[in-house]
Design a protein. Sequence first.
Length: 117
Amino acid sequence: MGLGSTAKKIQLVSEKAEQMYKQVQELQQRIIGLEGAVEETHDTVTDIETDVAQQRALLEALAEERGLDTEAILAEAAIDDAEGADAELPDGDEADATAVDERPEESGADAATSSDE
């Protein structure tokens, strides 16, 4: 083996090392960008959680003012959510048994008009 083939091998190894170095630098920049995005997302989630807590406090105060039992309402909502999850079929469709009549309720004037027809 001559010096020419050794020099070629060293050149190839050097080129591969440069490519890998560039890839590492790109990955490092992507990671830095992701860290920034994660930090922004964390801040946004924290802000949303604060807003939700404030809204919940307001809703609970309004409910208490009107004599509503917030614990009972939340428990009923949790049960409804659990039943809704149980009613879903394997393909993601909801069971027909849980379908609700979605027609708006008729007001007095509308009821009189529709009964005259």
